[in-house]
Design a protein around this ligand. Structure first.
Ligand SMILES: Nc1ccn([C@@H]2O[C@H](COP(=O)(O)OP(=O)(O)OP(=O)(O)O)[C@@H](O)[C@H]2O)c(=O)n1
Ligand SMILES: C[C@](O)(CO)[C@H](O)COP(=O)(O)O
Length: 385
């Protein structure tokens, strides 16, 4: 192989189209609808297969049964839909007629757990070979027989084939034109035409959903992959002014001075609210409740926190925990900390053992140390499983 071929960057890859074959009936899987339209941990199988190629190919073509066009269009927005045929091979040929790029990947919609490294390995191999496909070596012993073992089969050199299988488009088209009969996959068609097919590493997670038991296997594979854990931090300061109390973390604390602000100036709740917005990449409290808007004057800051919590839960997150640190010399927070955790828990509908409210002084240094105001720091975790 010429050295320059081994040094090609991803940007050297020729434009590729992925042809996702989704016109099967899924008879072995059962379940009352073609398997590619069933839900897997909240996302349809076809949608997962399509998304795996985002950013890696120039165009997506989905080959569907004519009865399934409407469902497929919802699950594959932006893809070109083509009517398939009675066999997988016929569906591939129908799709191939619409491919305009130099290379094409053929992928089973029924393989929703495929990931970038397998796709990239196929695309990279196509820069040096007319065809490439992912596979895993057979590691179990192999036998022949029915209900009794008749003989053993040497496993050396045997592979378990996966998709996406990649080809130079013109070569695959010619191979299909010349092929008579029904092939299990496109590598079989390519081999019959004498094409050189490179084997690249497949992945154990890249299973094909074939029988009913495969849905649970795929769900387990995706469970940890889909987990979304977010951290958000918040920081806020309010200065002291005239008054006889402060409101901190939803609790009124008698004090010789009050905190100034457009709302009730609850620096604790503002900070926790900002931490949630931060974890959601939703800006800060001022974006959702502008201080210039008179309707928020004097508002109980519980309104702001409840808004952030609703936003987070609406996006499917649960709140893992809250850790807030109030920074001031006075008032003393310790005697009120439990009441503050209880109130924050009420507003957030969260167990008190997930809420920490603590305090520190700054050893009389800085604005907090001089008693000019109160600051707060907070961290929250959001979890979507
Ligand atoms: N006429 C067909 C048959 C199959 N496929 C697609 O080829 C892939 C692999 O095929 P398979 O797992 O055999 O799917 P089905 O044909 O749907 O399954 P069954 O044989 O159990 O009916 C699937 O994504 C399937 O939708 C296709 O596009 N057109
Ligand atoms: C193409 C394929 O996914 C390679 O493993 C497979 O051959 C297609 O499915 P089938 O179950 O063999 O019909």
């Amino acid at each position: 192989m010429p050295l320059e071929d081994t040094m090609r960057e991803p940007s050297d890859r020729p434009d590729a189209t992925v042809l996702i074959v989704a016109a099967g009936r899924g008879q072995r899987a059962g379940g009352g609808m073609p398997k590619q339209f069933r839900d897997l941990n909240g996302t349809p199988i076809l949608a997962r297969a399509v998304r795996a190629f985002a950013g890696r190919v120039a165009r997506v073509i989905v080959v569907v049964h004519p009865d399934d066009r409407a469902q497929a269009a919802m699950m594959a927005p932006g893809a070109t839909l083509i009517d398939g045929g009675a066999t997988r091979g016929a569906s591939v040929r129908a799709g191939l007629a619409h491919v305009e790029t130099e290379t094409v990947l053929i992928h089973d919609a029924a393989r929703p757990c495929v990931q970038g490294p397998v796709i990239d390995a196929v695309l990279d191999a196509l820069t040096r070979c007319p065809a490439a496909a992912p596979a895993l070596p057979v590691t179990d012993a192999l036998w022949r027989g029915a209900d009794r073992v008749a003989s053993v089969q040497d496993r050396a050199g045997l592979w378990r084939a996966q998709t996406p299988q990649g080809f130079r488009t013109a070569a695959l088209r010619a191979a299909h034109d010349a092929f008579a009969g029904d092939a299990a996959d496109d590598v079989e068609v390519a081999l019959a035409a004498g094409l050189d097919v490179e084997i690249v590493p497949g992945h154990e997670d890249n299973i094909k959903i074939t029988g009913p038991e495969d849905f649970a296997r795929a769900a387990r594979i995706l469970e940890t992959r889909d987990m979304d854990i977010r951290l958000g931090n918040g920081f806020d300061v309010h200065r002291f002014g005239p008054g006889d109390h402060v409101v901190l973390c939803g609790v009124t604390v008698p004090h010789g001075r009050g905190l100034q602000g457009h709302s009730d100036a609850d620096v604790g709740l503002h900070t926790i609210t900002d931490a949630i917005y931060g974890a959601l990449a939703e800006g800060d409290i001022g974006r959702h409740f502008p201080p210039s808007d008179p309707q928020w004057k004097g508002t109980d800051s519980a309104v702001f926190l409840a808004h952030a919590v609703t936003l987070a839960r609406g996006r499917g997150f649960t709140i893992g925990n809250v850790d807030a640190t109030l920074i001031c010399e006075e008032p003393k927070i310790g005697p009120h900390a439990t009441a503050m955790r209880t109130r924050v828990g009420e507003i957030m509908d969260l167990a008190i053992d997930r809420i920490s409210v603590k305090a520190t002084t700054t050893e009389r240094l800085g604005f907090a140390g001089r008693g000019e105001g109160i600051a707060c720091l907070a961290t929250v975790t959001l979890v979507k499983a």
